[in-house]
Design a binder for this molecule. Structure first.
Ligand SMILES: C[S@@+](CC[C@H](N)C(=O)[O-])C[C@H]1O[C@@H](n2cnc3c(N)ncnc32)[C@H](O)[C@@H]1O
Length: 319
């Protein structure tokens, strides 16, 4: 059984209390079904709809959750389309929506997906793998055809890579010299030749880590998908429902924090607690990958009135 150790499970479950009241619940990032399994186990009335754009993840989740048959279903879709749930006949809203962003261990360790800078694989990085429903853009296409400026921009914006320009220039020069990058290993090797050894030592961590993160975010249009998904999630919640987001880097967390603040200013609900929760020391010790996690929770308002107008909480339209 393939596994992904779910992060901050206790905090997620606590936020969902009282468990008897959890009914329709959405796991926007089903992965291998780790969080979903805990939710189904603890919330006796829960019916779970799990989204994942990765066919391999869905297959494994289906297997991992088979003990809960009849209480869950899997949506093969990008979570940016979460609002489509409203179109279901008889849809009454979800009591919670969970996002556990990023990639699963399985995606990282399967080198043929091209997410790992530690193993050799194709320069692909599309999360929807074989289906390619989102886009045809791959990491290879970016490296083979984008300009120095375009590549620098994504390395800076999505990787917060200090040496973005130097690496981008090295990539384009390499290309202009007729050398072709075929695999993730080729890219790692090139980055190692572009950056002087003292710089690599100063970087702390793998010299290709931020570049790989940036390429993955760009290929999957992750930041725009998250923005759209958060807006959609708010629209499918029941009044008093909760959105829970676990993020692993500052860019994602900033989007979530800014969105929650904006909603609060619009009287659409409250971030509860106000600050992000982080994993306990014990969890970090047991699961090192949890160390960068931040959990933010937003509870939607039960009755919304703004500027004297009554709002229909499900559709966010003046009634
Ligand atoms: C960190 S893993 C989730 C792990 C899961 N919580 C568990 O405990 O097994 C993130 C998952 O979200 C999926 N994912 C990421 N972005 C997505 C998107 N825009 N739409 C749908 N699924 C997405 C990935 O394919 C991956 O399987």
């Amino acid at each position: 059984m393939k596994e992904h150790v779910p992060v901050m499970v206790n905090e997620v479950l606590e936020a969902l209390m009282p468990w008897e009241k959890v009914n329709v619940t959405v796991d926007a990032t089903l992965g291998l079904g780790g969080h979903s399994g805990f939710i189904l186990k603890n919330c006796p009335e829960a019916y779970l709809i799990g989204f994942d754009q990765d066919p391999y993840a869905r297959e494994i989740a289906e297997e991992n959750l088979k003990g809960f048959s009849g209480r869950f279903e899997i949506e093969a879709d990008n979570f940016r389309h979460i609002e489509k749930l409203k179109e279901r006949p008889g849809w009454k809203g979800a009591s919670s929506v969970l996002f556990d962003l990023g990639v699963s261990n399985m995606q990282i360790t399967e080198s043929e997906r091209g997410f790992s800078f530690q193993e050799d694989g194709p320069l692909d990085m599309r999360m929807d793998a074989a289906e390619h429903t989102n886009s045809e853009l791959t990491a290879k296409e970016i490296l083979d055809s984008w300009s120095i400026k375009e590549i620098t921009d994504i390395f800076r914006k999505y990787g917060e890579e200090q040496y973005a320009y130097q690496i981008a220039r090295g990539i384009v020069r390499n290309r202009e010299a007729g050398r072709i990058l075929k695999t993730t290993g080729d890219l790692v090797e090139l980055i190692r030749t572009i950056l002087p050894a003292p710089v690599q030592r100063k970087m702390g961590g793998h010299p290709a880590r931020k570049v790989f993160q940036a390429l993955r975010i760009a290929v999957n249009d992750e930041m725009n998908a998250l923005e759209e998904a958060l807006d959609g999630a708010l629209k499918i919640l029941v009044p008093g429902g909760k959105i829970l987001v676990i993020s692993y880097h500052s860019l994602e967390d900033r989007i979530v924090k800014t969105k929650f603040r904006k909603w609060q200013e619009e009287y659409l609900g409250k971030a509860k607690p106000r600050k992000a929760l982080i994993p306990s020391e014990i969890e970090i010790e047991r699961n090192h990958k949890s160390r960068s996690a931040k959990l933010r929770i937003f509870e939607s308002e039960t009755e919304i009135s703004r500027k004297g107008e009554k709002y229909d909480v499900l559709h966010r339209m003046p009634t």
